[in-house]
Design a protein. Structure first.
Length: 469
């Protein structure tokens, strides 16, 4: 099994980036704290590797499939390390590793198609597709491997090289993933760099980068876009969401309660497209609150390495403080905690799974992205009111409608201002579908063929016909 040092993360000096186990709150390892001045060499090597990588599409397919096999084989090393630094239950880490390999295989099989244009002139016009060059992939801490692969798999399949920067909270599994991929890919095709800010800001602004793909907060996304604009570098930004779940008045609460709970609380609520607000008909509101609160009170919370755990810790101390702050503010404004509402005693970054009711509709726990194990449930009097409230946010990533009449649910889903709408489930994605937000939730498209073409540029060739010679 390769070690992270076997990968191509440059700057092999004494490590200096502490990595904390969120289940204990204690430092358990370190990663290199690389500096912005190292980027020139990293990106220059990525640029030189690009010439060979883009030249052989057939070889790329073979090598990306080999890389997927290597990721699968390394699952027993990657998954526990991911849980140790991120906090999620081990089963979810294994699923993330599997998704990483699956995404490599999916994009390895996609081939951009040339297209002829016949416009009646004596010219054959053909649209072809060419790669861009070095791509910067900047990844957050909630799904370090899965979101990394969502960026590097299409970029590599398109013939680009990639410089990948994970969050300083979760650098280790990504460095190990880089070492695993290095066993299958040519030198400098994928480089993992780790370090504190301003490393990511300098990477986004570097003139040698031709595409920046970023997942994270709206303020940081705006800063990334501004930095990339100096070199007119294209950007793809996935900036989170405040997804609403609208329950119709014919919903079977008992039937959907489990799905609804996990749509909000998977990965401790640290999912950009998690349910973050629930709108329930007034006559069903108490029943919905009770069903969700029961699950919040009985779910097993603990270290992700414990096989009994279903819900792990919040990933880091600043995020835990934010979750606590937004919850306490809501309680002070008149909200009531039907479950949770507080940190859990003991070590680590644990917050009790929280269901809030009687929440003022303009409270930040409703209007902003809490990104933690806290869920407000709000009553509504008529469906128009619920749809208006669901859309009354600067975000527009996802949303869902829950009910028995599927046609009515689908018609309601059409009214949601978001990139993806689900009916009777939430946050389930296929590798083959586009994923994009509206409003402040992002710019550009990831996933499926759209993700591949987002890493290519059109190249038009005009050739005279015999008649036009």
């Amino acid at each position: 099994m390769p070690t992270p040092e076997a990968g191509r993360a440059p700057g092999h000096r004494a490590p200096g980036l502490p990595v904390i186990d969120p289940a204990s709150g204690e430092t358990f390892d370190e990663a290199p704290d690389q500096q912005p001045h190292e980027l020139d060499d990293v990106i220059d090597r990525a640029r030189r590797a690009w010439a060979g990588w883009r030249a052989e599409p057939g070889a790329r397919t073979t090598l990306l499939n080999a890389a997927a096999d290597a990721v699968d084989a390394a699952g027993d090393d990657l998954a526990p390390l991911l849980t140790r630094e991120q906090g999620k239950p081990l089963a979810e880490s294994y699923a993330e590793v599997a998704r990483t390999a699956a995404r490599l295989r999916y994009f390895a099989a996609l081939v951009p198609r040339a297209r002829r244009i016949d416009d009646g002139r004596p010219v054959h016009s053909e649209i072809r597709w060419q790669s861009l060059g070095p791509v910067a992939a900047i990844v957050p801490w909630n799904f370090p491997l899965q979101l990394a692969s969502a960026k590097f798999a299409p970029a590599l399949a398109a013939g680009n090289t990639v410089v990948l920067k994970p969050s300083p909270y979760t650098p280790l599994a990504t460095r190990l993933l880089g070492a695993v991929l290095a066993t299958a890919l040519p030198d400098d095709v994928l480089t993992v760099i780790t370090g504190r800010e301003p490393l990511g800001a300098y990477l986004a602004a570097h003139p040698g980068i031709r595409h920046v793909t970023f997942t994270g907060s709206v303020p940081t996304g705006r800063a990334v876009a501004a930095a990339a604009a100096a070199s007119l570098t294209r950007v793809t930004l996935e900036l989170g969401g405040n997804d609403a779940a609208v329950l119709l008045d014919d919903v079977d609460v008992d039937r959907v309660a489990d799905r609804l709970f996990w749509a909000a609380f998977r990965n401790c609520g640290q999912v950009c497209m998690a349910v973050k607000r629930v709108y329930a008909p007034a006559r069903l509101h108490a029943e919905v609150v009770e069903a969700l609160a029961h699950r919040a009170k009985t779910v097993v919370v603990g270290s992700g390495l414990d096989p009994e755990t279903r819900l792990g810790p919040v990933n880091n101390a600043p995020q835990l403080a934010r979750v606590e702050r937004v919850t306490q503010r809501a309680l002070a404004a008149g909200a009531r905690a039907a479950a949770g509402g507080h940190r859990l005693d003991g070590p680590g970054y644990f917050f009790a799974p929280t269901i809030l009711t009687d929440v003022p509709p303009d409270d930040p726990v409703v209007t902003m992205e809490q990104f933690g194990p806290v869920l407000p449930v709000l009553p509504y009097r008529n469906l128009d009111e619920a749809v208006e409230a669901a859309n009354d946010t600067g975000f527009g990533l996802g949303g869902s409608v829950w009910g028995t009449d599927l046609d009515r649910a689908a018609a309601t889903a059409e009214r949601l201002e978001c990139g993806t709408a689900w009916i009777n489930h939430h946050a389930e994605l296929s590798l083959a579908q586009p994923f994009a937000g509206v409003k402040d939730s992002g710019v550009g498209v990831a996933g499926g063929p759209w993700g591949l073409y987002g890493n290519l540029r059109p190249f038009v060739v005009h050739r005279p016909t015999e008649e036009g010679r």
